[in-house]
Ligand binder design. Structure first.
Ligand code: MIC
Ligand code: SF4
Length: 643
């Protein structure tokens, strides 16, 4: 029987379970990536597992999130990461080299390989035909230790692209169109696999923009075929021998089909505060704007930067706004410098930042109070920019650049004749900021360096059968990990220090949360639909765990966050009847009996109000075993430690 690309890759990598939709399977992981904000924790976990060297084909440690270095904390983390990479056989991409996903696409991602990354935008590599999945750091640490990755065999949605994009409409508009249709949880449990005649009209970076932001639908991942365009890209990166062809055996093998006619698309924008809140730019044009930010792992490729440079050529940034640009990698910058296009950006007045995540994660570049910031990024959650009342709109590089010179939100089609760009036949390849793995004999002698900000991992006890405590907070639908554990210049540097970072749990939602959790000695969180959408940061689980959160009871969960909760011993439970959500309030005393998780259930007694309800869960047998052990680390140590 014929197969989709996803099935072909999954079936080749499956080591346990049956390849049936919805069933739990385990797959071999070929490559891993980490970034510094999740990486310090992932390597502390890897060290705790106790394996002498990574067991993957390739593992890369990137530094791109925490590069502000306002004090010793970030540089200390960087040195820790560099020394860990040297000690355990990893590639290390030095700070300044660029954003993990952009570099991985340029230099390492391969069609047909599996990639697990401790960052939710790992699916960027799907643009080149890699089955690339985001996960919590501990799952990535386990993969580095040679453990297979567990996932539910996903539904495969074929996204058929017909036709060709009109002038001024680009890949970002395609993924915004998908988000407009399926919203921020329409992809849960699914893989979006692209096919159809429109595919060959898109370059690899354009495909990567789409797979990158596919994350915002909640999908397990997104993937494109590996075709002649892929071969040309790999050749231009000096890696043609890594090309293999990958295509689906036919439309009939998809579980569902979504059709997008590229010719009919127009410039789109995601309005505050959700990537799924999409409207045509033409409908909201003229909006006053105080900031434009171009870059991030979604739109920082050479293709995007060249388009922006050509639009800005000979123009000046409007006086009422500030234009920030964070290119994706040194390769991108080297090309812009070589062709002179970098000068167009400089001359226009763009504020060019380091090749790093920067303003995307609130590391500098916060917009003014109450302002509108037009960004080519992938997330516009409330407060993520660093300014709580700023309104962030997500758009294409074309729309962003047109807005930067016009001063108000502008449909780029107003600019008239489309700009032309010339892509190089061969990219400038300079890997001198990537430190290669050391041979085992040398690696063993390396001493791992730990600065004072790097605190040991807290240890948590096994799960008890009856969980007791108060409801510490009740939140609504689509709560993001940015709500649970904010990032930004003040908090991100604390990623290696759980006791310190825990003080900021839910701080943007309820300033008193930390004090209350301490006073009540932990308790429960009540959530709505899609609880924990967004990033893969396991701090959104470890820090609440540290504060004594025992279970989160929600209407539904986002995949990565639910995995992270399990990994750190917080039980993710689901209301059997969603109406029960309305009956429970903050401050209610609860007793949650988790002794029968194995039978698919748990019970909740609201002691304050005097009623009992049934709860359910989506936990696999292994998840339950992990929870009972107190989390994945004790579980792995017991099962593979020292092997
Ligand atoms: C993000 O975009 O939110 C991040 C920062 O890249 C995260 C990871 C993190 O929180 O460190 C992600 O997407 O996984
Ligand atoms: Fe970095 Fe932003 Fe991409 Fe996350 S979404 S990896 S913060 S650029």
């Amino acid at each position: 029987m014929g197969k989709t690309i996803t099935e072909k890759i999954l079936d080749k990598h499956i080591v346990e379970g049956t390849p049936e939709k919805g069933e739990e399977i385990k797959i071999k992981i070929d490559q891993t990536l980490t970034q510094d904000a999740t990486g310090t924790m992932a390597y502390l976990e890897f060290e705790a597992i106790g394996i002498p060297r990574v067991k993957t084909e390739l593992s890369v440690s990137y530094v791109d999130h925490n590069t502000l270095q306002t004090d010793f904390k970030n540089p200390d983390d960087h040195i820790y990461l560099q020394s860990v990479a040297a000690r355990y056989g990893l590639y290390f991409s030095r700070p300044g080299n660029g954003i993990c996903h952009q570099i991985h696409l340029e230099r390492f991602a391969r069609p047909g390989k599996t990639l697990l990354g401790s960052d939710s935008h790992t699916p960027t590599a799907g643009g080149i035909g890699s089955l690339a999945i985001g996960a919590g750091g501990l799952n990535v640490a386990a993969a580095m230790a040679g453990e297979p990755f567990a996932l539910k065999y996903p539904k495969i949605v074929g996204v058929k692209l017909n036709g060709k994009l009109p002038p001024w409409v680009s890949a970002k508009d395609i993924i915004l169109e998908l988000l407009r249709r399926v919203d921020v949880k329409g992809g849960v449990g699914k893989v979006f696999e692209y096919f159809g005649p429109g595919v060959k009209t898109l370059s690899i970076p354009e495909r990567a923009t789409i797979t990158n932001m596919g994350t915002e639908t909640g999908a397990t991942t997104s993937i494109f075929p590996s075709d002649e365009v892929t071969r040309e890209f790999l050749k231009a990166q000096g890696r043609e021998e890594q090309w293999i062809e990958l295509k689906s055996d036919g439309e009939e093998y998809y579980d569902e089909i979504i059709e997008i006619n590229l010719d009919e698309l127009e410039p789109l924008a995601a309005l505050p505060h959700s990537p799924g809140n999409v409207k045509p730019v033409a409908d909201i044009e003229g909006m006053e704007v105080q900031q434009v930010a171009i870059g991030s792992c979604t739109n920082s490729s050479l293709r995007d930067m060249k388009v922006v440079a050509q639009i800005l050529k000979g123009k000046t940034v409007a006086p009422n706004l500030s234009l920030l640009i964070n290119p994706g990698s040194r390769q991108v910058v080297a090309h812009l410098v070589e062709t002179g296009e970098y000068k167009y950006l400089v001359d226009a007045g763009a504020r060019i930042l380091e090749n790093a995540c920067g303003p995307c994660i609130g590391m500098g570049g916060a917009p003014p109070s109450g302002s509108v910031s037009i960004r080519t990024y992938n997330r516009n959650f409330e407060g993520r920019s660093g300014t709580k009342d700023a309104k962030v709109l997500l758009v294409s590089p074309e729309t962003a650049a047109a807005t930067a010179i016009n001063g108000v939100l502008t449909d780029p089609r107003k600019l008239g004749k489309p700009v032309e760009i010339v892509m190089p036949d061969r990219f400038i390849i300079n890997d001198n900021m990537i430190i290669l793995p050391l041979p085992p004999e040398e690696a063993e002698k390396v001493k791992v360096v730990r600065g004072p900000n790097i605190k040991p991992l807290p240890e948590f006890p096994p799960l008890v059968e009856k969980l007791e405590g108060e409801v510490l907070i009740k939140v609504g639908d689509n709560i993001t990990t940015d709500h649970i554990m904010p990032a930004g210049a003040k908090i991100l540097p604390l990623r290696s220090n759980i006791p310190e970072i825990s003080k900021y749990v839910f701080s943007r939602v309820d300033e008193k949360f930390y004090e209350r959790a301490m006073e009540k000695k932990g308790g429960f969180v009540i959530g709505g639909e899609n609880y924990g959408q967004g990033s893969s940061r396991e701090h959104a689980a470890i820090a609440p765990k540290y504060l004594g959160v025992k279970a989160v009871i929600a209407k539904s969960f986002a995949r990565i966050h639910s995995e992270n909760l399990i990994n750190f011993g917080i039980v993710p439970l689901v209301f059997s009847d969603v109406k029960d959500y309305d009956r429970i309030e903050q401050g209610d005393k609860l007793e949650v009996d988790v002794s029968s998780l194995e039978n698919g259930e748990a019970t909740l007694k609201d002691v304050t109000k005097g009623f009992s309800i049934k709860l359910k869960h989506n936990l696999s047998e292994m998840d339950i075993a992990i929870l009972r052990e107190g989390g994945k680390l004790p579980f792995i140590k017991k099962n593979i430690g020292g092997r």
